[in-house]
Write a protein that binds this ligand. Sequence first.
Ligand code: 87F
Length: 547
Amino acid sequence: MSPDPVAVEEVVAEQVADLCVAAPAEGEKPKKEKKPKPQKEKKEKPAQGGGKELKKETQLGLSTKKADDFSKWYSELVVASELISYYDVSGCYILRPWAFSMWEVVQRWFDDNIKKLGVQNAYFPMFITEDVLNTEKDHVEGFAPEVAWVTRAGNSEMDKPIAIRPTSETVMYPYYAQWIRSHRDLPLRLNQWTNVVRWEFKYPTPFIRSREFLWQEGHTAFATQAEADTEVRQILDFYAGVYQELLAVPVTQGQKSDKEKFAGALYTTTVEAFIPDNGRGVQGATSHCLGQNFSKMFGIEFETEDHGKSHAWQNSWGLTTRSLGVMIMTHGDDKGLVLPPRVAPKQVVIIPIPKSSSAPEQVAAMFEQVKAFKASLESSSVRVETDYRTNYTPGWKYNHWELRGVPIRMELGPKDMDNKTVVLARRDTGAKEFVPWDQVATRVPELLEQIQADMLAKAKARYDACVETVTTWDAFMAALNNKHMALAPWADEEEVEEDVKKRSATADAMGAKTLCIPFEQPPLPEGAVCFASGKPAKNWALWGRSY
Ligand code: 87F
């Protein structure tokens, strides 16, 4: 049963109000954690039938436009579309079935692909002793403030506090050291699908930054660097595939600067997305080559074919539920979610529209026809929802399914029954077409593919329009303040990056960072100089304000 739209509205308004109180100015770090208020979520009352619906109809949907207040629009959207419920631990969110089933699509796709590479799934515990966590002290140091600890069981303080995994290098690698003895034990390629906890103090945003999140983390070990290097890029291609092929979100693939790479890694590769509406870059997923850094720390050593000793070459790579947030932000509009067909939990919603004057046999025939379409589409693996509810008007139902982002709405009214046609309405463009019954089974899958392709193309055009090629500081600042990214020649120096971050911060906007050094580099002109330091440029870097 769907919730009463009025009740939902009230809850949304309350939750958004809660959020807004705590919201710092854009780019500003909150000083102190706000103590979460106990949740006051109201019972979602089932809808009452009858004449009240028309009045309620006007209240369904979002009260904020994407262009007017992006972050308010987003907070409202994720709740109203039933993806998320807020929780009384600040920075934690409930993923409702509409969100979780999209995560399952991402999981299935990625899981199938890594298994083809020979990666196996496993599960390691979520608790880490202090001693083990400190094995990689140097790399954890910067992250230490985000590690959450269990210090008490029942009423007794624990002898030694136990950390909750923020990532699992230290959990897994002591066992890699035990399991890897000979070159015959390599490669070792494990992945786990888990939750992790990072007690961040930056302002939380559903999906994008939460204190507990879901991810996969892959941890692999090889005999040679060449094998490790190859895998880093294969995995990064899969990440680009998740974003572009499933979520219809364009990304740039590249390498992180030394300042932005994972401190424990030899190098870090990344897929970078961008939210045009607030001008923020967002790291989509990272694939690291750890080199021999961790194998040396954890003693992951093997006997080589010629009876020598060598430390293993390792990679680690992770993709989180943040990916869903990027997709929601990219495609959503003032009516709600716009879901790319490949991840949409339901790809088509069929809505029969009987007239109040229709005879019972006519209604029955119409409902039978809806059932037949559902069966036929499901037999070609289309995910179908049907909405037979009689206590809502067609308009209310259209709004409801638009809010939830279903890619195609199929309408079947009395005239369509006479003409043996249906109406197909696209969520992404609003375009409608009449389709004869005998063509529905072929037209719907074709249209879904079209929508998928069009959504990516549209997002790609917007993304590309947000990349400004600049060579001077002034042009760089103009690009940033225009909510764009800047592709700029630079000297690839950490000090310069720090300096740029400071200098590009303004009263109401944070400083810019390198998002990545794109793998696809335009030619660097002879004598090109760094836009920020004037020193000889080494490459083109993509810069932006970012999450
Ligand atoms: C937070 C607290 C403690 C990120 C942290 O990117 C440690 C860490 O090591 C930490 N936040 N990281 C880096 C994670 C590196 C790497 N781990 C496997 C990934 C992908 C999956």
